[in-house]
Design a protein around this ligand. Structure first.
Ligand code: HEM
Ligand code: HEM
Length: 179
């Protein structure tokens, strides 16, 4: 058993970020890492996607670099799918860290955009898999999901920028270097 004094001493020596994490007002380090890893992977997916049509040109043999990018796109895309399942698991099993003072309509919109992003990215992975291995016309669905993702990410970044300017403690939840 830890005495009250002992636990107070421990709390005082724990950094405020760690304490917030323990008290459920912050995302865990793993959630932060997953968020930013998926952001980087999405940029990589956008870059590598451009090589895919060149590997399907019947008149020109594909270059090694294009084939490599196609392979990266496939496996990194499947990795995004796996990482999104882990994030959804977090969202369902661990309560969303408590938001600072934010209007309830903003909380509802943020929840809706997050869930739309989870589902859209999973849908994108499923459609990409179908295009590659099962049914080529699913490419149109893959592109559709990409366009919806771009709209959602645009809204999401606009909201993050709004909260960053207001310094109301929302943006710093996912941007740890921001205070
Ligand atoms: C979230 C993960 C993914 C993202 C963000 C993504 C993104 C993209 C983008 C932006 C394009 C180009 C769309 C356009 O022409 O405007 C594309 C094309 C393509 N992607 Fe993905 N992708 C993902 C996952 C996957 C996976 C897992 C596979 C296969 C297993 C895949 C296979 C393909 C194929 C075959 C194309 C070419 C489609 C065509 O013929 O037009 N993608 N992807
Ligand atoms: C580009 C693709 C992005 C996607 C798909 C994305 C997706 C998400 C999702 C699904 C969440 C909910 C928490 C979680 O599951 O981890 C979240 C939270 C968050 N993201 Fe992003 N994000 C992206 C980019 C960004 C960028 C560029 C910023 C900052 C400029 C940002 C700032 C935030 C913040 C501040 C939160 C916490 C919001 C809250 O706690 O209510 N995100 N993001």
């Amino acid at each position: 058993m830890i005495s009250n004094q002992e636990s107070e001493r421990q709390m005082a020596t724990t950094s405020s970020a760690t304490r917030d994490r323990q008290q459920g007002t912050r995302y865990t380090r793993l959630q932060l890492a997953l968020h930013w890893a998926v952001v980087l992977l999405l940029v990589e997916q956008w870059v590598t996607a451009k090589a895919i049509p060149r590997t399907h040109n019947p008149f020109l043999p594909p270059s090694g670099a294009d084939l490599l990018q196609h392979t990266i796109h496939t496996y990194a895309g499947l990795l995004i799918g796996a990482l999104m399942l882990v994030r959804i698991g977090f969202r369902l099993l661990r309560p969303q860290p408590q938001l600072p003072q934010v209007a309830s309509w903003q909380q509802r919109v943020s929840r809706a955009v997050h869930w739309a992003l989870y589902l859209c990215l999973l849908g994108q992975v499923a459609a990409g898999f179908a295009t590659s291995y099962l049914w080529a016309p699913a490419a149109r669905i893959h592109v559709f999901f990409w366009n919806v993702t771009l709209v959602l990410v645009g809204l999401h970044i606009a909201a993050a920028a709004y909260h960053a300017v207001r310094r109301d403690g929302v943006a710093s939840r996912m941007i740890p270097w921001m205070r």
